[in-house]
Design a protein around this ligand. Structure first.
Ligand code: PMP
Length: 316
């Protein structure tokens, strides 16, 4: 779909995956005017029906991001229709139930040519998909390092929206961490350097004395759809959930730590390294609370339990 700065998106229809042509002076290439989303489609056990998870939430998040990035965005209906059409056209690539999912990547970018710093004059919205397995091995605890030197977001910056530049900011810290054998990086706030923010591509939760806590949304972390869903699932299970500032000291004292995101679903954290200290949690897999939340959420996403929340969209 294409449009100009205040225009309507026109439907470009389905096209075979391949390279796209953009001007060397496209806004996205020069000034980072790009936003994306990450979603998953699961095949149900009957082999026929396919489930999307809360696609309107991704559409709304992209629209919020577009406002911050001075871009027009497709309507919620246009976004969801484009996702559904792309998934249905690629049905044969969706793995069987229990064997993975179809990862969906909606992308909005300034494709119009612009030399001086300003919003691009033209925009493209597209959706592409790829079958995927688990991002981290299912249920196997990940090892995070708390980053003290690099930050992914600053107050007043773009950390709260899913813009491409946020991911450029984490590449170096993530590469260093992976070379040292860590699964990923946990970022701290850049003012006090003591409050938890998030991991490169997922949100963080701690559990202490059966109370679940996660950093509040203040513009520097992504409002994860899995984060929000897990909080609702936890409340529906009678668990206590707090959104607040969580310090790195609390993290090190926690009973359980886990991450949430579309790609990682719910991933237990097995160890945290902070400065010279390494703290381990559990036995290398889920703790009792993350296991419970993982089971409820994935059963719902895969259509194995009744969707009382009305979060899934069925395609067949
Ligand atoms: N934080 C960041 C930086 C992310 O890239 C993601 C993945 N979209 C998340 C958190 C989790 O968001 P969601 O649950 O919507 O996938």
């Amino acid at each position: 779909m294409k449009c100009d700065l205040d225009g309507e998106f026109s439907n470009g229809g389905l096209q075979r995956f391949g390279n796209i042509e953009v001007s060397p002076s496209a806004g996205v290439l020069n000034y980072g005017q790009g936003l994306f989303e990450g979603m998953k489609a699961y095949r149900k056990e009957d082999g026929k029906n396919i489930l999307l998870f809360r696609p309107e939430e991704n559409a709304i998040r992209m629209r919020n991001g577009a406002e911050r990035m001075c871009m027009p965005a497709p309507t919620v209906e246009q976004f969801v229709e484009a996702v559904k059409a792309t998934v249905l056209a690629n049905k044969r690539w969706i793995p069987p139930a229990g064997k993975g999912s179809l990862y969906i990547r909606p992308l909005l970018m300034g494709t119009g040519a612009i030399l001086g710093l300003a919003p691009a004059p033209e925009y493209t919205f597209l959706v592409y998909v790829s079958p995927v397995g688990n991002y981290f091995k299912e249920g196997v605890a990940i090892n995070l390092i708390v980053e003290s030197e690099f930050h992914r977001a600053t107050p007043g910056g773009t950390g709260g929206v899913k813009t491409i530049g946020n991911y450029a900011a984490v590449l170096k810290a993530q590469s260093i961490a992976k070379a040292k054998g860590y699964s990923d990086v946990l970022y701290l706030d850049c003012v006090y350097k003591r409050y938890l923010e998030e991991v490169s591509s997922c949100n963080i939760f701690i559990v202490k004395d059966n109370v679940i806590s996660t950093p509040e949304i203040k513009g520097t972390i992504l409002p994860g759809i899995t984060r929000k869903s897990i909080m609702d699932v936890a409340i529906s299970q009678g668990l206590q959930v707090e959104e607040r500032n969580v310090t790195v000291d609390e993290l090190l004292e926690a009973d359980e730590v886990f991450c949430t995101g579309t790609a990682v679903v719910v991933s237990p954290v097995g160890s945290i390294t902070y400065k010279d200290k390494r703290v381990s949690y559990g036995e290398g897999s889920f703790g009792p609370i993350s296991k419970q939340l993982y089971t409820v959420l994935t059963s719902l996403q895969m259509g194995l339990s009744e969707d009382k929340m009305k979060w899934t969209v069925n395609l067949s």
